[in-house]
Ligand binder design. Sequence first.
Ligand code: ZN
Ligand code: ZN
Length: 263
Amino acid sequence: MYSDKLTIHYMSVKKIIDWFIPPRCLQCGDNILEAHQLCADCWKKIDFITKPFCSLCGYPLDVENQVNTCESCLVKKPVYESARSIFVYKTEGKKLILRFKHADTTELAPLFARLIFNHAKEYFRDIDYLVSVPLHWTRLVKRRYNQAALLCLCLEKLAPKSIFYSPYFLRRPKRTESQGHKNAVNRQLNIENAFVIPTRYQKRLQGKSVLLIDDVMTSGATVEECSRVLYEAGCISVKVLTMARALLKNDLDVAFDKKEDYT
Ligand SMILES: [Zn+2]
Ligand SMILES: [Zn+2]
């Protein structure tokens, strides 16, 4: 009874606030009904990744093949067990990510977390820890937040209670150059040995299954290097989820030409 009254009270206050300050689409700024959401038009413009996609790295496939694996994974299997991304890093999806990453629009984190959780619920099965791809401290000071850590904090609230998140599992002591204008091999070299697991956390990761979270997956070099370090520490399974996935080389070049960084 008391909680019913509280709910009614909350709804009335919310209506008054919404009347004075109507909720706006986080992308285009149009008026919408629910706060911290996108309008219908902006949703429609996002290119969600649906089946068929590579069962190993999540890359969209033109047609489903017998093994459901992309050409790149057929040549070389990724270090991680499997990866998925929610939408393609282009047009509206790209704008959203850049807003989240470089424009302090941190209120996108809960929306992104819900999207990740709803699109890839199976990834949260039998997981012990959420791990975010860390930033070098200089970049963290400059940006003031780590977008992957924000996603993890929101995901921890949605995930089963047994899943624990700590931002300290992985550290990034090496200040890597921007991955811009580097080919796949150079990206790999650039990110090599960039991540470490502090000694006190190594024991905790032994025999554990982890879910690695990042905002964008490009060549996959960053999540592969994180996965390698996590396996080295004794993890038995490393899966990867990212919000967006850059698909074409051109997409990357355009992004890097504008000096957008992917870390
Ligand atoms: Zn909109
Ligand atoms: Zn693949």
